[in-house]
Design a protein around this ligand. Structure first.
Ligand SMILES: Cc1cc2nc3c(=O)[nH]c(=O)nc-3n(C[C@H](O)[C@H](O)[C@H](O)COP(=O)(O)O)c2cc1C
Length: 195
C-alpha cells in the first residue's frame, strides 16, 4: 500500500498548468496503485499560515504539542511519494508552498544538527515529483541563474532526507508560440515516469 501526498500551490483554479499536470499524474498513479492512501492539500484554498512568534519553540524542537505542523509532518512522514504543483512566482515557489516548507522543517523531527553536522531525519525511500510552470524559460541560457525554484526545492528536500526529486517543467507559458508545445512535452514526461 502506497501513500501519496499531493500539494497544489497555483493561484489559478481554472486553467493552471501545474494543476493539470499534477492531476494527470495522480490519476495515472492511482490506476497503477489502486490501494493508495491519497492525502491532498490545496495550499491556496486551505492556506497554511505563516510562522508566528509563538510557533518558534516548536520549530526549534524545544516544545512538543499538537499543532498544524505536527499534522503536516505526519503526512510527510507517511508519504511514499510527494507530488507538488509549483508555479514559479517571482523567481521562486509561491509563498503558500514556502509556508508549508516552513512548517515541516522542525528541529529533532525532520532534521537535526548532530555534533554540528546537519542530519536529515525523514524516513528514507521517499520520492518527490515536482511540476513547475513558468511564464519564461529558465533551464538554459541567461535566465538559468535567476531560477530559484529548482535549486531551492532540491536543497530543501535533501536537507530533510529526500534526494530523489524529479522535476518536470512546463516553461515559456507567456509565449503564445511555445506554451502549448511545452505543456504537451511536460505531460508526456509526466505520463512516462516509471511509478
Ligand atoms: C504572482 C505571479 C508571479 C509570477 N512570477 C513569474 C516569474 O517570476 N517568472 C516567470 O517566468 N513567470 C512568472 N509568473 C507566471 C507563472 O509562473 C505562469 O503563468 C505559470 O504557468 C503559472 O502556473 P499555473 O499555470 O500552474 O498557475 C508569475 C505569475 C503570477 C500569477
Amino acid at each position: 500500500m502506497s501513500t501519496l501526498l499531493v500539494l497544489h500551490s497555483s493561484l489559478n483554479s481554472a486553467s493552471s498548468v501545474t494543476r493539470e499536470l499534477t492531476a494527470a499524474f495522480v490519476q495515472r498513479f492511482l490506476a497503477h496503485h489502486p490501494v493508495t492512501t491519497l492525502i491532498e492539500r490545496d495550499l491556496i484554498t486551505n492556506p497554511i499560515p505563516h510562522l508566528t512568534p509563538d510557533m518558534v519553540p516548536s520549530v526549534l524542537g524545544q516544545e512538543a504539542g499538537p499543532n498544524l505542523a505536527d499534522t503536516l509532518i505526519d503526512e510527510l512522514e507517511r508519504a511514499d511519494v510527494v507530488v507538488i504543483g509549483a508555479p514559479m512566482y517571482n523567481f521562486t515557489v509561491s509563498s503558500a508552498l514556502k509556508a508549508w516548507i516552513d512548517h515541516v522543517y522542525r528541529a529533532k523531527r525532520t532534521f537535526a544538527y548532530v555534533d554540528g553536522v546537519p542530519t536529515a531525519l525523514l524516513p528514507p525511500g521517499k520520492k518527490v515529483i515536482l511540476f513547475v510552470s513558468s511564464g519564461g524559460a529558465y533551464t538554459e541560457g541567461a535566465a538559468k541563474s535567476i531560477d530559484f525554484v529548482e535549486p531551492f526545492m532540491r536543497t530543501a528536500f535533501k536537507f530533510i532526507g529526500i534526494s530523489d526529486v524529479t522535476i518536470i517543467r512546463a516553461e515559456s507559458q507567456a509565449s503564445p508560440e511555445a506554451a502549448s508545445a511545452e505543456r504537451s512535452r511536460a505531460m508526456q514526461r509526466a505520463m512516462a515516469l516509471s511509478i
